[in-house]
Design a protein. Sequence first.
Length: 181
Amino acid sequence: MVNEQINYQLIKPKHILHPKIRPDLHLVIKWGDEFYPNSGYINGNFFCYHENRYHGRYIQLVYRHQIYMSFSCTTPDHIKPYFDKIWQELLETEYIRHPKEIRIGSKVANYLPDGYKAYRVDGDDNQCKVARSKAKYCYIKRWRDNEYYTSFSTNWALQPSIKSSSLREAVGAALRMIAEM
């Protein structure tokens, strides 16, 4: 280059910083119902959500043929992003509910005759609105496993309500209440 009279300047090589590949940036969750309803795979590693009286809510993760629990204090640091991602997904999607759990509105709709509809009450999955028209409606609330209340108001404790021991009886009471309006 000197013989050809080409101007040049030597450049010092710069050190290029390569970012560390963090496993929590590339975590992909695939939910499945193969073994348990709240289980799936995170980057090919099986996990399952559990709840019991001793540990409360926790996640069990199988990572490289080793079982890790979210409540354990001996969990390695490279496993913790997996638990964080699963907890975040559980809270955002509310997948903690059993996927086959049918809401009370769907159950009530199966018992209703033609002309009646069942609607979900916002903020309460254990309550539904049974309506024949906009003016004729009542509410059915599931309180315990086999205890249902039928009332004209969403707050069944303040209004007169009819207590039923089965869903079929509660729907019958709701139909009678709507017919009397």
